[in-house]
Design a protein around this ligand. Structure first.
Ligand code: IVH
Length: 715
């Protein structure tokens, strides 16, 4: 590869002609993007940090000499969640660990009971520092000789990223520790966070600038830190609360509360709600008090933390695997919030279903700012449930109403009630549209249920002619779980569709060949590099696994799990396609064969029959298969320890993404489910696991840490 160190030294940047510099700039831009991707996303760098730094220095030197080369998508300009400038990795002198979670009061009593037994003391003798659990990013600040030398993110707990330059812009982080006689080495740890107010203001700006808004203050704090321009971090108001420490060459205090006061004397902010408690009842009262204040606080918290105050006792108590025995996070249950419903809009989905979406005055719930809420269907808005039963005691939802919304864990927000007392006179009843908002304005029909009755779901009758449905299908096609084409997100699909360049999936693969006419590089938002990257990303995806291909077809009822079951059942595209064509012709043998597959039932078969019964669809599929290579399905390893087991992943995983974890589980013959039930065999819980972990405990399901899971599957 061009970025390997060469035997011949590269010419001095100062001596390059402009034309040579441009060629070199392009080569470096591409190389840096590739290295960033391998380093950050694939965790598989192919160069050393020193080699990478040398490339970046040369790249920066070229841009400094020829500022006219700098484009919006140059690797020097990227900001936001996807980091561009690469940060050095920092090994933590003392690992940054996480906390065990408590949900019910009994969990807290058990925690205190364990400590009493361990220390052979009664709880009135044990003081606890009770602190809000800030929902931000943990940070380790290293001071040597009182000077800030390194700021590192948590990373995997052992190794984080060096974000010193960005952290230096935070007002709450002193560059020099105040006070005399500070220990030679002090690692102060705590949480970087963004206030809710700053988050809303930032998102407003993002949207105005045509950028994607952040999902919650935590993400926006992370995005603000993990980008390479400290000027940007400085423009985003981030706060820092100190609450813990790593390596200390000497301990200035012998209690947690003493350390917190010491942090203050050093010039840090600590959380003002922190309180010393002396018995379990006091801890529980603290939890209730903080929960009451939660909505009014200008920063997100997701629970409270209790820590044994005496440090000598902390030391005696020690750790159980990666969590301390002397501390616990007492999480808050699902949060509710009250806000006003400003409007109801209709969204047309990929399969033409019309979903009413409520537009809310933005409100923070469970750590996320919620602005949209699904209102499911016409009946739901009227206060009628799926079986005709009254919802919210029959109260309907009107535009202008004050509503109570709830969000629990990863679950999408729901309207739990309408506050009738607050209904204004001008509140407007919502009339579900009779015509689809798509440009065809086709009739809207309510779907039939399996029993042949009128269902609640409304559908546009435009089918293949409906541009909304076409766009939604293209979005699904390019999405992460389907073809996963980098740089072909929802915005780009909409743009390409509007331009008439991509009307169906096969068109994506002929884009590059048609670019002489299209000239994508001349359109706003595209530079040469991004066009090349997009075409490369498309090329890379010409080879596709059978299950992804089936999923990407967008057949109703065929989600990822079903696609996987079909891929495994038929093994190859030829076999599957042949079966589908026969099923579409109601071939009984083919139908029986499909029905015999694990997890495939009548609804799926009917849906496949309808899809392949349509000549328009057969055409789309045929043109697409000429462009791609569909790989045969991997046979599941049936001898794996988890074959046939059901596993649920929850919380944040550190060694793999949630999708990767699910994919591995499925490859090994396990079923990765979304919710916990009695049938679940394992729950793999990472930090931040919430209601699913509680469910697992309720059902007595085996709970594993990520490492235990990896050991079980032998990875
Ligand atoms: S103490 C050994 N105190 O929660 C554990 N953590 O689940 C040291 N957090 O990664 C952490 N507020 O990011 C501690 N007052 C607090 C906290 C807190 C938020 C976060 C922190 C940590 C996670 C643990």
């Amino acid at each position: 590869m061009a970025t390997k160190p060469k035997s011949k030294p590269l010419p001095d940047v100062a001596k390059l002609t402009k034309a040579q510099a441009k060629v070199e700039w392009k080569r470096l831009a591409l190389a840096l993007e590739g290295h960033d991707r391998r380093y950050y996303q694939e965790d598989a760098p192919t160069v050393t940090d020193a080699e990478y730094d040398a490339l970046r220095r040369r790249f920066n030197a070229i841009e400094a000499r020829f500022p006219e080369f700098v484009t919006a998508d140059s690797p020097s300009q990227k900001v936001g969640a996807a980091p561009s400038g690469r940060f050095k990795k920092v090994r933590h002198a003392v690992p940054m660990l996480s906390l065990d979670n408590a949900f019910a009061e009994q969990d807290v009593r058990d925690f205190v009971g364990r400590i009493e037994r361990f220390l052979k003391l009664s709880d009135d003798k044990i003081a606890f520092s009770a602190e809000p659990k800030i929902d931000g990013l943990s940070m380790s600040l290293r001071y040597e000789g009182g000077e800030l030398t390194t700021a590192a993110t948590r990373g995997d707990g052992t190794e984080g990223e060096d974000v010193t330059a960005n952290i230096r812009t935070l007002e709450d982080v002193p560059h020099r520790l105040k006070g005399r006689n500070v220990p030679e080495v002090c690692e102060v740890r705590g949480e970087v966070y963004m206030t809710k107010k700053a988050f809303l203001a930032l998102n407003k700006k993002q949207v105005e600038a045509g950028e994607a808004p952040f999902a919650n203050p935590r993400n926006s704090a992370a995005g603000s830190l993990r980008q390479k321009d400290p000027g940007i971090t400085a423009s985003r108001p981030l706060g820092f609360f100190a609450y813990a420490w790593g390596e200390m060459s000497a301990m200035p205090e012998d209690t947690q509360s003493g350390m917190i006061h010491w942090f203050e004397r050093c010039g840090f902010r600590t959380n003002p709600l922190t309180k010393l408690c002396h018995a379990v009842e006091e801890l529980l009262a603290f939890h209730r008090l903080i929960e009451e204040q939660r909505a009014e606080l200008d920063y997100d918290i997701d629970g409270v933390v209790y820590k044994v105050d005496r440090l000598d006792w902390q030391e005696r108590l020690g750790f159980v695997s990666r969590t301390p025995r002397w501390a616990i996070a007492h999480k808050f249950p699902a949060e509710q919030a009250m806000t006003v419903l400003r409007d109801i809009v209709i969204q047309v989905g990929r399969t033409g279903s019309l979903t009413p979406v409520g537009k809310l005055d933005p409100v923070g719930v469970g750590g996320v700012i919620v602005q949209n809420v699904t209102l499911h269907n016409e009946d739901y808005i009227k206060g009628i449930g799926g079986d005709g039963e009254p919802l919210r005691e029959g109260r309907d939802i009107r535009i202008g109403d004050t509503v109570i919304i709830q969000r629990a864990g990863d679950v999408i927000p729901q309207v739990v009630d309408v506050v009738i007392d607050k209904r204004p006179n001008h509140a407007k009843e919502f009339h579900f549209p009779k015509k689809c908002p798509c440009p065809l304005h086709t009739d809207v029909v309510r779907e039939e249920t399996a029993a042949g009755e009128e269902g609640a779901r409304a559908r546009c009758t435009g089918e293949f002619a409906c541009p909304f449905q076409k766009i939604e299908h293209l979005k699904l096609f390019a999405s992460r779980r389907a073809f996963d084409i980098d740089g072909l997100g929802e915005k780009q699909i909409e743009f390409f569709f509007e331009q008439g360049w991509v009307k169906e999936p096969a068109d994506i693969f002929t884009l590059a060949a048609r670019n002489d006419k299209i000239k994508l590089g001349e359109h706003e938002g595209y530079g040469e590099t991004s066009v090349r990257n997009l075409f490369n990303a498309i090329e890379e995806r010409r080879r596709i696994s059978l299950e992804r291909f089936i999923y990407a077809l967008g057949i109703r009822q065929v989600g990822e799990t079903t696609a996987l079951a079909l891929a495994r059942g038929y093994g190859s595209w030829a076999a599957f396609h042949d079966a589908c064509l026969k099923v579409a012709k109601a071939d009984e043998e083919a139908m029986a064969e499909m029905d015999a597959l694990d997890q495939i039932g009548d609804t799926v078969i009917q849906s496949i029959a309808a899809y392949f019964g349509e000549s328009h669809n057969r055409g789309i599929v045929e043109r697409l298969t000429r462009e791609v290579i569909i790989l045969d399905a991997e046979k599941p390893k049936s001898n794996s320890a988890v074959a046939g087991k059901t596993v649920v992943f929850t919380g944040s995983l550190e060694k793999m993404t949630r999708d990767e974890a699910k994919a591995t589980a499925e490859r090994l013959g396990a079923k990765a489910a979304g919710s916990v039930s009695k049938k679940t065999d394992y729950v793999v819980a990472g930090p931040g696991a919430g209601s699913k972990l509680a469910e697992a405990q309720k059902h007595g399901v085996t709970v594993l840490t990520e490492d235990e899971w990896l050991k079980l599957i032998g990875e």
